[in-house]
Design a protein. Sequence first.
Length: 262
Amino acid sequence: MTPIDADDYEPLTQEVQTDVQALARRQQRANGVLMRAINFVGGQVDDTLKLLPKGARGQIDSAARHALQRSFDVAARSREGFAGQAVRTDAAHKALATLSGALGGVGGLPTALAELPVATTMIFRAVQGVAESYGEDPLSPETRLACLGVFGAGDVAGDMGVDTAFIGARLGLTGAAVHGLIARVAPKFAAVLTQKLATQALPLIGAAAGAGTNYAFTQYYVEMAHVHFGLRKLARQHGEEKVLDQFHAALNGTAAPVVRQG
């Protein structure tokens, strides 16, 4: 976002504060969806991880980075042409991600890892669609970098939600900047993927688990995209610091800071 003088921002009215609080509630609801997906096979997180073979964690970390890089490169191009125009809605992306997950889970972990770039690209495309709905160009490098930031919105260790450090971040548009952002985002994405892939590790239940978790994961990241790009839009209009102060106060259930007009 291009910096502007603080005096040029619009006042943070009560209506805008209500919008920020709605985004905070949206994030909190989405976190519940993610946890249900993680525990899809009925066990707790630690029990689910036992389904993974030894050494799988390193494979998943590498797969997460590869999937994010591929999505960044492919998702924008795949929005062009007849097929790209036909698949634009959240429902279409969820349906394709669900089908991809079912096919990927048929052979257990090997096919689930092979399917991962496809599922990630479907999610990335859905996130691009959300960005467009908030007035951003989904094909621009800046917006695509912001889309990558959304994938940092998952961490089963406890701190789940959008990383607000990305909201107003002015990232370089070089290849090095892309790789740097992926390196920062990938560990959180990999932490979530570890749970998803654990549910697909057993071939007999992998197809059902893959379909279910892909649907839920797509829904989760779409919701996080609404929060991310909703905050970006409000920050452009009203100032990043004031908007994020309100957002964090709403998340923490504390009194919002007093906003002085003028």
